[in-house]
Write a new protein. Structure first.
Length: 142
């Protein structure tokens, strides 16, 4: 810190230089902090994605095991002469029927008619009418 001979006060040039140096240090520190935060977020996103993928794979394996158990149960208990191929066919047809129902319901919920913001559109129409009314009443009252 340079001190001027005038009563220990600093000059304008010194103040400007210190301001520039301080600003540059502040920007560098902010960039460093942002980099550290981004690294932490990216690491968290990577770990979270891996956990979701692992859970999905385990869920799929569990579902396959469940269906295998159903095939064995139907083949052993309800069909004569251990006809596992017929049990597999029955379980597959039932699973496809349920999947078809899910797909049909899901597509119906995703149709554009169901996704339209009906209340917002109605409110906007009301606002438009109110604004028209205010503008016309204001124009005629002048």
């Amino acid at each position: 810190m340079a001190v001027d001979e005038n009563d220990g006060r600093r000059g304008v040039g010194t103040l400007l230089r210190e301001l520039a140096e301080g600003s540059a240090a502040l920007v560098r520190n902010e960039v460093t902090l942002a980099q550290l935060e981004l690294r932490g977020m990216v690491g968290g996103i990577g770990r979270g994605t891996a956990m979701v993928a692992g859970g999905g794979v385990l869920g799929l394996l569990g579902t396959l095991s469940f269906f295998t158990g159903l095939v064995l149960l139907v083949g052993d208990q309800w069909l004569p002469h251990d006809r596992y191929w017929l049990a597999a066919l029955i379980v597959t047809v039932i699973a496809f029927a349920i999947a078809f129902l899910f797909i049909r319901r899901g597509r119906a919920q995703l149709s554009p008619a169901n996704l339209a913001p009906d209340q917002t559109v109605a409110t906007l129409k009301e606002d438009k009418e109110w604004l028209k009314q205010r503008l016309t009443s204001g124009a005629t009252s002048n």
